[in-house]
Design a binder for this molecule. Structure first.
Ligand code: CO
Length: 132
């Protein structure tokens, strides 16, 4: 059912340092920081030839990545995102399989419909599914 890897999201405690690492050390194509108040994050998109990396930095007091950074002070992989063709069909399949879907279908950072799946049901990794 899942298609391409859309992105890997990495929560970072220092956005400028992370940008410098990806831009200067790794030589990646790094975009400008974008505030996403609806998602409680500032995001930097890194475009690779076959996928994207998203650096996530907390924005606001209720940022969903704040507790992640408290547990992982140096940062770390927060979630991975796979593409699906039909988000409602994907959600229904997940629920029918007994997997926990976190919340409802939302609009993700790219303006596309997404769902999030519980890490305990997916080998310890928070999974995002995005309709392409
Ligand atoms: Co994402």
């Amino acid at each position: 059912m899942i298609g391409n890897l859309n992105h890997v999201a990495i929560a970072v405690p220092d956005l400028e340092a992370a940008v410098a690492t990806y831009r200067d050390t790794l030589g990646a194509n790094v975009g400008a920081p974008q505030d996403e108040p609806d998602h409680g994050v500032t995001v930097v998109f890194i475009t690779l030839p076959n996928t994207k990396v998203e650096l996530l930095y907390p924005l606001g007091e209720n940022s969903p990545i704040k507790s992640f950074l408290e547990k992982n002070p140096s940062g770390g992989i927060h979630h991975i995102c796979y593409e699906v063709e039909d988000i409602e069909a994907a959600r229904d399949k997940m629920l029918a399989s007994g997997a926990r879907v976190l919340g409802d279908i939302k609009t993700g950072a790219h303006g596309k419909p997404v769902i999030f799946l519980h890490p305990k049901d997916f080998t310890g990794t928070l999974v995002e599914l995005e309709q392409i």
